[in-house]
Design a protein around this ligand. Structure first.
Ligand code: MHF
Ligand code: KIV
Ligand code: MG
Length: 263
């Protein structure tokens, strides 16, 4: 199976073919996505919320990201795997940023990293990509700045967003995530940039779309942002299975003879 690479993504943009991306955090779901044909898996620091149950992404560590990225990448024969750099893995110095980015490629089979920020992180983007590591930028609603933004707020400063998008492209980013911005701004950025834009809450005109897996599959019991579409309800299915087990154990119907070592 031929692996999706940065070149595959550039070609898709050039040919106007949409790029599909999802988050994943473990082997079984990554296997399903790889087999179904999603182009890119982001092992997101959103795991701090959907896996760990926290109310922000700020507490996630490099070691936790490495662990999840390793088990996701193990499942991916075709899908490109991107490791999301957690809060404080790239803000303290360019040197720390390059070392932490390198861990994703040395300690897992991911082939790229993502980090949040625009013009202000361009020195970091440049240093990481100079080291031969593809970097995906992430602008607009950047969850690691939740306290500075005063909450998970849609970002509407068009001049700033366009400047950030051009700056990260210039610094060497291979792609940029546009999160939580109005459609017309995402459209203008997508038309202006030569690198693919991946939208989440950024309207239909991005080169690709990403959603958090737990939101789209119906296994997120917490807050659901407006930009989410629920494509199925795995939560209800799981509840049915759990209830069935409880009922059958209590009723003495499980285990049945075929589940026992009698002969
Ligand atoms: N489950 C989950 N899904 C996500 O998409 C996601 C995470 N977790 N964790 C990391 C970040 C945080 N994200 C979020 C979280 C909340 C909103 C939200 O509530 N937005 C408001 C918009 C408010 C405004 O208009 O400014 C909304 O109502 O959708 C948006 C993005 C996106 N990412
Ligand atoms: C929502 C995506 C872009 C992300 O950064 C994450 O899942 O952590
Ligand atoms: Mg993230």
């Amino acid at each position: 199976m031929k692996k999706v690479t940065v070149t595959t993504l550039y070609n898709k943009k050039k040919e106007g073919e949409k790029i599909t991306a999802m988050t994943a955090y473990d082997f079984p779901f990554a296997t399903l996505m790889d087999e179904t044909g999603v182009d890119m898996i982001l092992v997101g620091d959103s795991l701090g919320m959907v896996i760990q149950g926290g109310n922000s992404t700020l507490h996630v560590t490099m070691d936790e990201m490495i662990y999840h990225t390793r088990i996701v990448a193990r499942a991916c024969k075709r899908t490109m795997v991107v490791g999301d750099m957690p809060f404080m893995a790239y803000q303290t110095s360019v040197e720390d940023a390059v070392r932490n980015a390198g861990r994703f490629l040395k300690e897992t089979d991911a082939s790229a990293v993502k980090l949040e920020g625009g013009a202000s992180v361009c020195d970091v983007i440049k240093a990481i990509s100079t080291a031969g590591i593809p970097v995906q930028a992430h602008i607009g609603l950047t969850p690691q700045s939740v306290h500075q933004m005063g909450g998970f707020k849609v970002q509407r400063d068009e001049d700033r967003l366009m400047a950030d998008a051009l700056a990260v492209q210039e610094a060497g980013a291979f792609s940029v995530v546009l999160e939580g911005i109005p459609n017309h701004i995402a459209k203008a950025i997508t038309e202006k940039l030569t690198i693919p834009t991946i939208g989440i809450g950024a309207g239909p005109d991005c080169d690709g779309q990403i959603l958090v897996m737990h939101d789209m599959l119906g296994i997120n019991s917490g807050h659901i942002p407006k930009f989410v579409k629920k494509y199925c309800n795995l939560g209800d299915e799981a509840r049915k299975g759990i209830q069935g087990f409880i009922d059958e154990v209590k009723g003495g119907d499980f285990p049945a003879p075929e589940h026992c070592y009698n002969k």
